[in-house]
Design a protein around this ligand. Structure first.
Ligand SMILES: [Fe+2]
Length: 356
């Protein structure tokens, strides 16, 4: 039977790929961000409203030297994750990721979807897109210049679908994509009181999957079984409890797979953004590093909005890692403006030697 030999996780914010000297450029983008959530009460606010309520001590962290030191700490941790991934050298990876206006829109947006086509193609980012900010252009370099026809472990994909259905998860399944696709999301509930529009564009690997492949897979391409969960968009966004339970069910499914493959669990995303919320980050990290499923399953919804919900990718991964505790390689509260915008940047791994 297959076995889970390790787990790997990192944030994938542009700050992870944007030298500290340039963090200030990304702060300029925040002024027009319509997804700024105030940590205190979970209310969506304007940049000016956020600035008004921000802890004045945040302003002390808006400093190029501090940006550079945080960026460097992140690179050290990502490089260590990359080295560990190369050492473990898994036969197969099962990945949890979300989808932000990439494959899914309001014409049909599944809560949980397993892709099991033969190949999942990664396309480098188009850096000449109109409206792309300089910060995003610089950070996009992490996605490389190579088109990658990434192999999918189709047998495991099919097995996961069947096993999850047997365990009462009503999963969507997908075997191919339209060459080009777009659509709208929202308005819905909670923070999403506006409409997001994406013009049709070519379809490929979503960023939550592409970031690990491009940044810390060390050039390795073990076949993947990608599981997409809707963390970000109400009304059918996944709950913390369901995300954890999904991870648990995926673990059982892998352990029931008739294969001698050494499987790694992989995820990316989070932590809090586009406003840094150290309280929810610390609470999630505490749950991850103590393998506390009850705590992870009860993370408060009002703090899990917008892209902060990507924490639920980590919650699903933790479910799949069983009783193993995550080892935190770094956490950097990536403030980039005095209003507290930015991202909680984290890197972690699960290894059997951690004593979990
Ligand atoms: Fe994301």
């Amino acid at each position: 039977m297959a076995s889970i030999v390790a787990g790997f996780a990192s944030s994938h914010t542009p700050l992870m790929s944007l030298p500290g000297e340039d963090w200030g450029k990304r702060a300029n983008d925040d002024m027009r961000n319509r997804e700024l959530i105030r940590p205190r009460d979970g209310k969506r606010v304007t940049y000016d409203e956020l600035l008004e309520s921000a802890d004045p001590s945040i302003a002390e962290q808006i400093d190029e030297e501090i940006f550079c030191s945080k960026y460097n700490a992140i690179q050290v941790a990502l490089n260590e994750l990359q080295d560990t991934f190369a050492q473990v050298d898994p036969d197969v990876v099962v990945m949890f990721g979300d989808d932000q206006d990439e494959m899914f829109f309001d014409d049909n947006y599944p809560m949980i979807s397993v892709y099991w086509g033969d190949v999942l193609t990664h396309y480098p980012r188009r850096t000449n897109r109109p409206g792309l900010s300089e910060a995003m252009r610089i950070a996009a370099a992490v996605y490389g210049t190579e088109v990658i026809d990434y192999p999918v472990e189709t047998k495991l994909g099919l097995h996961l679908i069947e096993q999850l259905v047997n365990r009462d998860f009503d999963v969507a399944q997908r075997r191919y994509m339209q060459p080009e696709y777009g659509g709208t999301i929202g308005p819905a509930t909670w923070y999403l009181d506006f409409k997001r529009t994406t013009t049709p564009r070519r379809q490929g690997m979503a960023h939550a999957f592409a970031f690990p492949v491009c940044r810390w897979f060390a050039g390795k391409r073990p076949p993947m079984a990608p599981i997409t969960i809707n963390t970000c968009y109400p009304p059918n966004w996944i709950s913390p409890r369901r995300a954890f339970a999904l991870g648990r069910a995926v673990r059982e499914a892998i352990e029931a797979w008739d294969s001698d493959a050494r499987v790694a669990i992989v995820t990316s995303g989070g932590l809090s953004h586009f406003t840094v919320d150290e309280e929810i980050d610390r609470r999630a990290l505490e749950g991850l590093t103590s393998a506390d499923g009850d705590s992870l399953s009860t993370l408060p919804r009002y703090k899990l909005q917008s892209a902060t919900t990507e924490i639920l990718n980590w919650v699903a991964a933790a479910g799949a890692m069983g009783t193993l505790r995550m080892e935190l390689l770094t956490y950097q509260a990536g403030y980039r403006s005095p209003a507290g915008t930015g991202c909680g940047c984290a890197v972690g791994r699960w290894l059997p030697t951690d004593g979990g």
